[in-house]
Design a protein around this ligand. Structure first.
Ligand SMILES: [Cu+2]
Length: 316
């Protein structure tokens, strides 16, 4: 799933082809050189070096010089060939499509904020760690970092690109095949760097549109009394200081948006499957699961916790 050997975009395929060519040509040359070295050692067996050098005829000597010259030239030729090939791949990757979806990704210690750009502000969508894209369409990613340098790397879809504080870099790709592709922060960014994964979910356009429309819906105030209590716990226990739930007063982006938490398959940036037990465990003590994470453990009564989790699970 998380593999460079299984490219599913023209961009990743170009990089993979370059790599295979380099491995192939480099391998053939290495085998050739090793074979010649072995041959030289065996053919020379029995003679001492000083004898050989003195008894080489001028003819043999100039032939040897020619062989070395040709080999040197061939080396330069191969390197120049790869330089041109590499440069062409780099240029192809750097060409940005003018059309298509644009998604802003902000790397944070240790999760990914995802914001879909739209000229219509009401159509902008903010989510986290799970990036839905339409299959077969170019998607542009604008990458920034909120704190330290991170690196956006979904190997099946493209190479790495650093997220640098105070600077916006861009990358784009087009997924050919629908599927879920894992990505990972590829630049050491602190304690929980290893637990900073993300998923790219490539869906056919209609399915993507349905997801987008559902995710853009603000929540109604719950009518069920447990859920209502859970919402009150959320608003009064400090959760709202850091998180957003659309349609409520919680509008902070210190932590991931929880507006449609239940539509995501994992929590804490790919660390845990999103299920009841893990959600409970996470809220009781996030520091036990991801030590150092920017979410504190907040003491809650058992009935508060139950209602709070029920409320979060209603955020479809
Ligand atoms: Cu990171």
């Amino acid at each position: 799933m998380h593999s460079f050997f299984n490219p599913t975009s023209p961009q990743a395929r170009a990089v993979a082809h370059l790599w295979w060519w380099m491995l192939g040509v480099g391998g053939v040359i290495w085998i050739g050189v090793a074979a010649i070295a072995v041959y030289a050692a065996l053919a020379n067996g029995g003679h001492r070096e000083s004898d050989d050098l003195q008894h080489v005829s001028p003819d043999t000597h100039s032939r040897m010089e020619r062989v070395v010259g040709v080999a040197g030239f061939a080396t330069v030729l191969v390197l120049v060939g790869f330089l041109i090939y590499d440069f062409a791949v780099g240029r192809a990757l750097a060409q940005h499509p003018q059309r298509g979806l644009t998604i802003q990704i902000t790397g944070q210690q240790w999760w990914w904020e995802v914001e879909y750009e739209s000229p219509d502000p009401s159509q902008r969508l903010v989510t986290a760690n799970e990036i839905h894209i339409p299959v077969g369409e170019p998607v542009q990613f604008k990458l920034r970092a909120a704190d330290v340098i991170h690196s956006f790397w979904a190997p099946n879809l493209n190479g790495k690109r650093d997220l640098i504080p105070g600077y916006m870099s861009t990358i784009w790709f087009k997924a050919d095949t629908a599927g879920v592709y894992r990505g990972q922060c590829a630049e050491f960014c602190g304690l929980q760097h290893a637990k900073m994964a993300f998923y790219i979910v490539a869906d056919p356009r209609p399915k993507f549109n349905a997801w987008y429309a559902a995710s853009s819906q603000p929540h109604q105030t719950p009518t069920d009394s447990t859920l209502l209590y859970g919402q009150r716990v959320f608003m009064t226990s400090g959760c709202a200081v850091c998180h957003t739930i659309s349609g409520t007063q919680a509008q902070s982006n210190v932590g991931p948006s929880l507006s449609h938490l239940e539509s995501r398959s994992t929590i804490a940036a790919g660390t845990l499957a999103n299920n009841h037990a893990n959600l409970m465990g996470w809220i009781v003590n996030p520091q036990a699961i991801k030590p150092g994470t920017r979410m504190p453990a907040i003491p809650l009564e058992p009935n508060q916790l139950t209602a709070l989790v029920a409320y979060l699970e209603s955020l479809k």
